[in-house]
Ligand binder design. Structure first.
Ligand code: SF4
Length: 462
């Protein structure tokens, strides 16, 4: 079959998407004719909008009705141009969908159908990881693959896409070594924000269970690739070019200190640079030095807070004294880490907890690359979501309850939470520390979110 893999915006423009590259590999191996149409990367490279629209903080904009209306004509043109360049009609469109690209993906799928009425459309991606059955109505899809897609997609292709209008949900793979080696050859590599950067995963899932995180719900128990398999992948990637950079997509790459040491030893045999997400547990000066020697250029640490009380309430395993030490050790080894800072406000975090975080960050300014300020979100099914009665939380079950949850003080808790986010973003400017987005944008973003929260509750009331 002729299959088009389609990636609508918004998605990360940094490098090809790993999940799609795995599915491409499966389809190619099965003898299908494959094209990748990464409209997200194309729009990014053509600067359809300023680059900060592709920062995670801005992804919500892409589902605002006015924004979607404005982009529709543009999408139609792009799809038409793509169709004109295609020789024969595709038979299958495989669409990657995340929570913020649902509306645009839906519009695009309809546009494809106008051009190719017999097209079979299969959708998958983060939007469908843990979803109720009503998502079937969110686009003209013949099938929706929920959860890990590799096995289900392969089966769907084997059946020539006959099981129409069903959500296919396969159990998670037992061994990640059974995954195909991702195929990046079909992607528009010159269109990505970071050139010569390829994603790779050593594992799926996390060993921790932080109260606000739905990683466990998404991935289930943590599974690792064998070192032999990783060696093979790294060898193939490092053959591509001399200046290869690997971006590890794992939830965290150092779940166990011993395993991480082995990974670092493996990496030291390749002339590559890399980045990834780590936890503070298990990092000491020896590990920090090893990371630096074997090509680590950037790490992100989900520190969340330096307050022991707040950490305990959100069920984060890390110890506060560790976090400060680890940031300093990494900086000493030449790797200035980026960290995540969570603002929870009442009933999780007191004003003094918050101020303690700001002072600690100020003191660490010389060691940090950036700080990503995030309000505490509580997705459905997480530990905190289950504890909502204990904490007196309200409005968790509305469509935007995960971000506009209220504590015992009602709307005042939302205002408090977001005004602290704003305050923290302004403090970062004062301390000369980079935010995850650029300063002005983060400040505007939190102001905009507060307006959105007010509109949301006015609409909910009607
Ligand atoms: S926040 Fe990070 S460390 Fe905690 S459960 Fe999620 S992925 Fe694991």
């Amino acid at each position: 079959m002729r299959i088009v893999f389609f990636i609508p915006p918004p998605a990360s423009p940094d490098h090809p998407l790993l999940g799609v590259a795995s599915l491409v590999s499966i389809a190619v191996k099965m003898g299908h004719e494959v094209t990748v149409f990464d409209l997200n990367a194309i729009l990014y490279s053509e600067t359809y909008k300023e680059k900060n629209y592709w920062q995670k903080e801005s992804f919500d904009c892409w589902s605002e009705p006015e924004y979607v209306r404005n982009i529709t004509i543009y999408l139609r043109e792009k799809i038409k141009c793509f169709a004109e360049r295609q020789g024969s009609s595709p038979e299958v469109l495989a669409v990657h969908v995340n929570d913020t690209s649902k509306d645009i993906a839906n519009i695009c799928a309809h546009e494809f159908l106008k051009l190719y009425p017999n097209l079979k459309i299969v959708a998958g991606g983060p939007a469908f990881f843990n979803v109720p059955r009503e998502v079937v109505s969110c686009g003209p899809y013949n099938a929706i693959i929920c959860g890990e897609g590799e096995t289900a997609f392969e089966e769907w292709l084997k059946n020539n896409g006959v099981n129409d209008r069903v959500m296919i949900h396969k159990n998670q793979l037992e061994s990640l070594d059974d995954l195909p080696i991702p195929d990046f050859s079909k992607f528009p590599l010159d269109k990505y924000a970071r050139k010569n950067v390829f994603p790779i995963e050593t594992s799926r899932g996390c060993t921790n269970c932080c109260g606000f995180c739905n990683d466990v719900l998404m991935w289930g128990r943590r599974r690792n690739k064998s070192f032999l398999r990783l060696y093979k992948e790294l060898e193939l990637l490092s053959c591509k070019s001399r200046n290869i950079h690997i971006s590890f997509c794992d939830s965290l790459i150092n779940a166990s200190k011993e395993e991480f040491k082995k990974l670092l030893q493996l990496l030291s045999g390749f002339n590559i640079s890399w980045d990834g997400m780590v936890q503070v547990e298990g990092i000491d000066s020896e590990i920090a030095d090893m990371m630096s020697v074997c090509g680590c250029k950037d790490v992100f640490i989900g520190v969340e807070t330096f307050s022991r009380k707040f950490l305990k309430k959100i069920n984060k395993a890390a110890r506060t004294d560790n976090s400060v030490k680890v940031v300093q050790q990494l900086a000493k080894a030449g790797i200035k880490p980026s960290i995540g800072l969570i603002i929870g406000g009442y009933p999780f975090q007191s004003r003094s907890d918050f101020e303690h975080d700001l002072i600690t960050i100020k003191n660490l300014a010389g060691c940090l690359k950036s700080v990503a300020v995030n309000p505490l979100c509580i997705p459905k099914g997480t530990f905190l979501w289950k504890q909502r009665d204990k904490f007196g939380l309200h409005h968790l079950d509305g469509p935007k309850g995960w971000k506009f949850w209220q504590g015992p003080n009602g709307f005042a808790d939302i205002e408090n939470r977001y005004s602290w986010c704003l305050e923290a973003s302004e403090k970062l400017i004062e301390y000369g520390i980079q935010g995850s987005a650029n300063y002005t944008h983060a400040v505007n973003y939190f102001k905009m979110i507060m307006g959105e929260a007010r509109d949301y509750f006015v609409n909910q009331a009607h």
